[in-house]
Design a protein around this ligand. Structure first.
Ligand code: ADP
Ligand code: ZN
Length: 739
């Protein structure tokens, strides 16, 4: 065959051209050539390809004919090998494309979230195990050898360590037997298979309204097809039991998989034990806190279909499920579902999209649904299922305001007399108290009494927060810590620094001085650093080993403490001060959730809200229990101003080390903004956090009165303005944070 005939550019060879999407922030998939001796891999196949001098793992990507084909086939690099992993399913690839387009990210950046465990893509390490073989003729028998052979199994291999321990012999005995041929070595993957959920465990008997909701969900799971539900049930109404019935139905079909998204899984030990009680096993757990080996095992088990149930934080949404049959997003209103770096997405919204591509039902569960979800439910896009009663004897707690204008505690203390009295009575009755203050540390501000200096972070526009337990000052923006100084860093006066305002640690101190006998626990992200420690603390509280719990927003997340009957909200106005779009909604949700911790069993609960604004609509809604009216008012106001979800927002954050450059880029963007009806461009203005980690930050906001076309508009606009060197641009579609 001569050179001419081998020309790879011949049209008949075009089937050898393959698009491969790499988990890198590139423009799109890259073209590679299929070696002629390699069978054509299906879209979704994981392949190893050369990439500028190294190799990378990518996914054979479906292409639309229109783009690509810029390089002749002969110029393309060949695919190196096909990975022995199940191909990515079609619905996940569509999801990746969709998320990329919606968030204005590259497909590769989204794919990277799906391939987030490099170790899972290679070979899984193996470990030698031993099986019993036929005893070879002439084997010298000893008591130890006898014992080892009696212990070894012909069908379930054991490691030398396990075998020697069980037989009470040394590992040398095992090795000797293997050498003599009396034991057969086999290589076993170090990843043990996941235990399968037990479908024969009876669930609890459901109440009538629980049954109605459970049947609607299970019926849809049985039928299949995309359908979103809002499971709107007050705290303690048994939402978990209800959506568990959806899981049961989904798992009846062989091979199907279920995803449950929860906010901050590291905190949900109680959820895991409930799952275990219902299904006899622990589910696959997925969040940023799990170790590498566990990640690899989980990822591969999800990809192979072996893992039937995954419970995880928002990133679990990008796991390579083979056959998703049901999704639940628990506490769907929770702000932590919004990812604030990398690809900026909202996991609840994207979960609905994922369910759509996977053609399966999805349940969004909450006692305080987000306005977005409520509107979808009221418009009939989501089916609304209501649970109006607390399960069993439990009733919703009684709410009262403590008007701080007439009941101000003495300077330097934060617990008003009526809250103190209620605490006293509760403790005397042998019941538990929770004090809620959403502020970590001892005091948010440290001030010099002599010169008025405020101790600030050198890298951020933020005050340093005193953490007295650790004897340090911390920046909550960049994580900088330094020992609490003895003297003012500005004027050097000794003992002149004073703590201003309360944090959870300071409240602990005050509670301790009011009730010296009480056993007090502080629940914050500082004291709950790992899942095991958290589980222990939660267990202790549930078992009654603690009298007073002082906590930040961490305590609002679904805990069930049966003996907790009083919740004191120390500063009900705190969340309202930020004043962004969702401040009212978020404060309302948070306070309903924290109030929901009280009186969850037989004993009724009570909630005291310390506020300087008892007439504020949020406080009024809490006191009257009329959340519907409050949310309706929020809805009307959003509609009037064409705010989300009626209109749409996009935020641009510019950041860079040189303020001048950041300003310059901002000016250029402002100049490039097109004049369009119904679209407003705001800014650039200094961000409320004008500096983080030494980077200057400016913000711009695009507001469109319509819900469509915003991405295209932003893309074209940004393209029209020349970028500035050293200035980073972050685009946030549907922003939730405005800092
Ligand atoms: P929610 O998530 O709505 O706040 P949970 O699902 O945590 O409520 O239920 C609150 C408590 O009531 C839990 O301890 C749960 O086990 C219990 N519970 C709910 N429904 C039932 C039921 N049908 N039978 C027995 N216990 C139930
Ligand atoms: Zn800082």
């Amino acid at each position: 065959m001569n050179q001419q005939a081998m020309d790879l550019g011949e049209p008949s060879q075009e089937h050898l051209r393959l698009s491969v999407l790499l988990p890198l922030p590139l423009k799109g998939p890259l073209d590679y050539r299929l070696p002629e001796d390699m069978p054509v891999p299906a879209p979704g196949t994981l392949v190893r390809v050369p990439l500028s001098g190294r190799t990378a793992v990518g996914v054979v990507w479906p292409t639309d004919e229109a783009n690509g084909k810029t390089l002749p086939l002969s110029k393309l690099k060949p695919i190196e090998s096909v990975l022995a992993l199940p191909p990515m399913v079609d619905d996940l690839m569509k999801f990746v494309d969709w998320v990329a387009a919606y968030t204005l990210s590259s497909q590769g950046a989204v794919l990277r979230m799906c391939l987030s465990v490099p170790a899972a893509l290679g070979d899984v390490p193996v470990k030698t195990h031993y099986l019993k073989a036929d005893v070879p003729d002439g084997l010298r028998m000893t008591d130890a050898r006898q014992a080892a052979l009696e212990t070894a199994s012909i069908d379930s291999p054991m490691t030398a360590t396990v075998l020697s321990e069980c037989a009470g012999v040394s590992t040398a005995v095992v090795q000797g037997l293997a050498k003599a041929g009396a034991l057969t070595p086999v290589e076993v993957s170090v990843d043990a298979p996941f235990a399968q959920p037990d479908m024969n465990i009876e669930g609890p008997e459901l109440s009538d309204e629980q049954t109605m909701a459970a049947e609607a969900i299970a019926g849809q799971v049985w039928q299949g097809g995309f359908k979103p539900f809002l499971l709107d049930g007050i705290t303690g109404s048994g939402k978990t039991e209800v959506y568990f019935e959806g899981l049961v139905e989904a798992l009846k079909e062989p091979g199907t998989q279920v995803l449950v998204l929860v906010p901050e899984i590291a905190l949900t030990a109680q959820w895991l034990s409930r799952f275990e009680a219902r299904f006899g096993v622990t589910p696959v757990v997925w969040h940023s806190g799990i170790g590498m080996a566990q990640r690899r095992r989980a990822w591969r088990a999800v990809a192979s279909g072996e893992a039937r149930v995954v419970v995880g934080a928002r990133s679990a949404l990008f796991m390579p499920f083979k056959q998703l049959a049901f999704i639940t997003v628990d506490e769907e209103h929770d702000p932590s579902f919004k990812q604030e770096d990398g690809v900026l997405y909202h996991a609840r919204d994207m979960a609905v999209v994922r369910a759509k591509f996977a053609e399966c039902p999805i349940v969004l569960a909450s006692a305080t649904p987000s306005l977005e979800t409520l509107i979808n439910a009221n418009d009939g896009k989501y089916e609304k299922l209501m649970l109006r009663e607390r399960f069993g004897a439990a009733v919703l707690p009684d709410m009262q305001a403590v008007d701080m204008r007439s009941e101000a505690p003495v300077a330097g203390s934060w617990i008003a007399p009526s809250l103190k009295d209620a605490m006293e009575a509760t403790l005397a009755a042998g019941e538990q108290v929770m004090l809620f203050l959403n502020r970590r540390g001892y005091a948010p501000l440290t001030l010099c009494r002599t010169c008025g200096h405020r101790v600030e972070c050198p890298n951020c526009s933020a005050w340093l927060v005193e953490h007295r337990f650790k004897r340090e000052l911390q920046c909550h923006q960049c994580g900088l810590t330094r020992p609490t100084p003895e003297a003012c860093p500005e004027c050097n006066t000794e003992d002149a620094l004073v703590a201003c305002g309360p944090g959870a640690e300071r409240l602990f101190e005050e509670a301790k001085s009011l009730f010296p006998e009480a056993r007090i626990s502080v629940m914050t992200s500082d004291t709950m650093t790992n899942p095991r420690q958290t589980a222990q603390m939660v267990e202790q509280i549930a078992a009654g080993a603690v009298d007073i719990v002082v906590g930040t927003q961490i305590v609002t997340k679904g805990y069930h403490f049966p003996n907790l009957t009083l919740v004191g909200v120390v500063d009900a106005d705190l969340g309202l001060r930020g004043g962004d779009l969702r401040a009212g909604e978020r404060t309302y949700q948070q306070l309903v959730q924290v109030a929901g911790r009280a009186g969850r069993a037989e004993k009724p609960g009570r909630v005291l809200l310390q506020t300087y604004e008892p007439e504020h609509p949020v406080v009024q809604a809490l006191l009257s229990g009329d959340g519907d009216t409050f949310m309706q008012a929020e809805r009307d106001s959003r509609e009037r101003h064409a705010m989300p979800p009626f209109g749409q927002l996009a935020a641009l954050v510019l950041s860079g080390p040189e303020l001048r450059d950041v300003l310059e880029y901002g000016r250029r963007l402002a100049a490039a903004a097109p004049a369009l009806e119904g679209v407003q461009f705001l800014g650039p203005a200094p961000a409320p956090l004008a500096r983080i980690r030494g980077l200057h930050r400016m913000r711009m906001l695009v507001h469109s009165a319509k819900r469509s076309g915003l991405q295209r508009l932003v893309r074209e606009w940004v393209r029209a303005a020349k970028p500035e060197r050293g200035v980073k641009l972050k685009i946030d579609i549907d922003p939730h944070s405005f800092l």
